[in-house]
Design a protein around this ligand. Structure first.
Ligand SMILES: [Zn+2]
Ligand SMILES: [Zn+2]
Length: 140
């Protein structure tokens, strides 16, 4: 499976291949502040699955914490993805790849939520234990 996506203005184009490692929603304050929305719909991919096909010179990165290298288009400011080097995964925002068959399976950083979502999916207080989090669940 191959998917294409681009930034808000279209200067940066990317191609994703294969299947995501995980999909879900992040409720953390950083994602909210960065996205300007109450939650971030994420899809996580191995770095080799993500390829910039055009406009790589416009791809800019802002890194506030060691966990996240947030990548955006320097022309339009549109957000594309966040590289998580310590996880070995890239979060290509679901909104970046509209053709993605988005099937969320988990909520992370739910302890920080400002938009409770009662959808019956598992809700992690922070991150899964295999990614260095507590792995603790929050009840809806
Ligand atoms: Zn752009
Ligand atoms: Zn987040």
């Amino acid at each position: 499976m191959k998917l294409t996506g681009n930034c808000f203005c279209g200067a940066v184009e990317l191609e994703i291949s294969g299947a995501p490692e995980a999909m879900g929603y992040c409720h953390c304050r950083s994602c909210r502040s960065w996205s300007g929305g109450p939650v971030n719909a994420f899809s996580l991919w191995k770095p080799e699955a993500v390829r910039i096909t055009s406009g790589a010179e416009n791809l800019a990165t802002f890194q506030k914490s060691p966990l996240s290298q947030r990548q955006f288009c320097a022309k339009c400011g549109g957000h594309l993805m966040t590289n998580h080097p310590t996880f070995g995964l890239i979060d290509v925002f679901a909104a970046t790849i509209p053709e993605l068959d988005f099937k969320p399976a988990v909520h992370v950083n739910y302890a920080e939520t400002v938009l409770p979502i009662r959808d019956g999916l598992p809700k992690l207080k922070d991150f899964p234990s295999e990614l260095g989090g507590s792995g603790e669940m929050v009840t809806e």
